[in-house]
Design a protein around this ligand. Sequence first.
Ligand code: FAD
Length: 336
Amino acid sequence: MRDIIIIGSGPAGFTAAIYAARAELKPLLIASSVEIGGELMNTTEVENFPGFPEGIMGPDLMGKMQAQAERFGTEVVYDDVVELDVDGPVKRVKLGNGGEHEAKAIIFATGSAYRKLGLPEEERLSGHGLSWCATCDGFFFREKTIAVVGGGDSAMEEATFLTRFADKVYVIHRRDSLKASKIMQQRAFDNPKIEFVWNAAVDAIHGDTAVTGVTLRDTVSGEVSALDLDGLFVAIGNDPRTHLVHGKLDLTPEGTIAVDGRSSRTSVPGVFAAGDVIDPIYRQAVTAAGSGTVAALDAEHYLAALEDTSGDPSAASAEAAEVDELVAVDLADAAR
Ligand SMILES: Cc1cc2nc3c(=O)[nH]c(=O)nc-3n(C[C@H](O)[C@H](O)[C@H](O)COP(=O)(O)OP(=O)(O)OC[C@H]3O[C@@H](n4cnc5c(N)ncnc54)[C@H](O)[C@@H]3O)c2cc1C
C-alpha cells in the first residue's frame, strides 16, 4: 500500500507531488489518460507565473513541474481514476484500465473545467485570441477590440476588467436582460468602453491562426451577422470536476469540494483536496500550486499522526489538526 496517491496532473497535483516526494512519501500521481498537465496545456504564453520573467508556454511550464516531481521520486501513471473508495483507513482508487491502487491518504486535485461554447474552432483557437480567463490573458489585448460571451457576474467582472486594456469590449448575451447582480450590471452599463449585443448567440468563431471575429445569430429573429474582433473571452460558467466524489465528500454551495478553513482537509479523514476543485474564486496556476503545497503538508502531518493513533483515520485527522494549531501558537509565542 502507498502512503499517498495524488489524482490530477495540473499545478496543484504536481506541486503536491514535489512536496510529498521530497518528504520521502513516494507518491503515485494519476495524471489522466488524455488531459495530462491540466488546463495550462490549453494555453500559449503564461506571463504571471513567478520565476519566468520572460513568460513561459503553458505546456513547457507543466513539463517542468512534472520533471521536478519525477526528479524526487514521484511515479506518474497515465490513466483516469474511474472510481474512488474513501471510507476507512485504506483508500482505494480504480483506474480506467481496470488497475487498482491503495493508499493511506489521497490528494484530490482534479481541477475545474470552463464551460465551452461547443464550437469546433474552440480547441484550435484557444490561446490564440480565444480565452476563458481575463486575469490571465487581458494583458495581451491592449488597444484591441474584443468580446465577452455571457450574462452573469463573472462575465460582467471579466468585461469590466478587460476595459483596462482593450479599446472596446462587446458583451454578447443570448437574452435581453442579464443574470448578473445589480451592482455588477451597473458597473458594466456605466463603462463607456462596453457595448452590449443583446439576444445574440455565437454560431462560429473566425480565424485561421488567431481570432478575427465571430458569426452571431439573433436568438429572436434568427438573423445572422458578423462581428470583427481581435479576441473572444468565454465567461459562461465553470464546473469543478467533482463527479467522482459526489455523495462521498461534502461540497460547497458553489459546487467545489468543501475543506476545513485554510487547510486541505475534506469531510473524510485522510482525503485532502487542492487547486481549482476547491477554489470558486481565484483559480490561477500559482494559487493552485500553493494549494497543492498545503495538501501535501496536511497529508504528511496526517500520515505521521496515523502512526500515533494505531491507524485510526478520525483520530489521526484530529491529532494532525491539533498539532498544526499547537505549532502555530508556539511559533507565534516565540515571535513575541
Ligand atoms: C485557456 C486557459 C488559460 C489559462 N491561463 C492561465 C495563466 O496564464 N495563468 C494562470 O495563473 N492561470 C491560467 N489559467 C488557469 C489555470 O490553468 C488553472 O487555475 C490551473 O491549471 C488549476 O490547476 P489545478 O491543478 O487545480 O487543475 P487543472 O490544471 O485543471 O488540472 C487538473 C488535472 O486533473 C486531471 N483529472 C481530472 N479528473 C481526473 C481523473 N478522474 N483521473 C485522473 N486525472 C484527472 C485533469 O485531466 C487535469 O490534468 C488558465 C486556464 C485556462 C483554461
